[in-house]
Design a binder for this molecule. Sequence first.
Ligand code: HEC
Length: 398
Amino acid sequence: METYLLDWANLLLRWLHVIVAIAWIGSSFYFVFLDSSLTTPEDESLRREGATGELWAVHGGGFYHPVKYAVSPPQLPGHLHWFFWESYSTWLSGFALFLVSYLWSPSVYLIDPQVFDWSPPVAIASALAFLVVFWLAYDAICRTLGQTKNGDAKVGAAVALLVVVAALLATSLFAGRAAFLLVGAMIATAMSANVFFWIIPGQRKVVAALKAGQPVDPIHGQRGKQRSVHNTYFTLPVLFAMLSNHYSFTYANPHNGWVLIAMMAAGAAIRQFFVLRHGFKLGRNPHPWKYAAAGVVVLIGVIVWLKPAPPAPVAARPAVSAAQVQAVVAQRCAMCHGEALQSKGVRLDSPAELKRHAQAVYQQAVVSKTMPINNATGITDEERALIGEWFRAGAPTE
Ligand code: HEC
């Protein structure tokens, strides 16, 4: 029952998480596009009011004409839209999801004794520390290097280095799948913290100053912009880290830290291409195809690198019997897929149940090698091959 309810919690939170993340990333992409596509307002009176940019767009049957005041508008409107719930609800649902899976069953998801053998409480505390320490280090980099000459480039390089170190550390401490998710969650936490600690408070200060009729300090807008630009480069890497943990060929590699780093770098480069494309359309910068090309080259390099080795030739042997496969499953799978524990509602402890799940068993244990999870029960390649032959022979029950 507990497993069944946890599976529901997992599914519903995942649903929510994806919906709110679409809302957040969607609005973030929109504002990056808007900001990079603004042109000087044509209307003289708008310029006199302090408007620094405008955009004309057609969408859904109507024409839109947003105008930007870089520092502050001449007066505040009656109703001002804020953008923060998209970000906060993405973090909250993501953290809850992390809690009901990885932190709830640390020995199943978080710890792989072949990577690092430690106790569940210490592993849980370290996973949480990853989220906090990354934010503190990243924030310190932005606050110190950000104010110096060529600040943006220095911050970019230091943050990239920080992510590399964190990815290598995570993959040498946690089960591959957990490590990928954790690196994604760590960067995503910094993204939400940017909104919570800098972008929104800065905007609140500007609004308060306007209401009090005081001059507005442009530093708040500049800081908010810096963090919001970082968030845009984080999106593609974070999404890769979160989604790739469903694909064991990425995280099960012995150098999985470098797989993650390479793919995140490819994601950031591809994002850079999209950001600069807006400026290119307005003739502000050359065509940024090099970034897309660099991203795709890295991606293809990783595809080639992770290519599975051809299967070793197996000596001819008598056709596999159902009893052999049932014995393997009883030894390697039943502890998590039996009467007591029915992970993901899958029971494999009778010939009929095993047959019913034959295709899923084949996919999980032979094709993707996701099961047994982190190979907790030490299944051998030989045993996987047996299951494969049994499935291809029509999954006989006897
Ligand atoms: C240490 C516990 C454990 C062992 C051992 C184990 N599993 Fe699983 N299994 C799980 C968990 C946990 C899930 C749910 C995974 C998830 O939510 O991503 C799961 C899910 C599955 C699923 C459903 C996958 C899906 O996404 O629909 C199948 C099929 C499966 N396991 C087959 C096997 C087979 C076959 C073996 C033995 C070769 C095995 N498992 C061994 C814990 C285990």
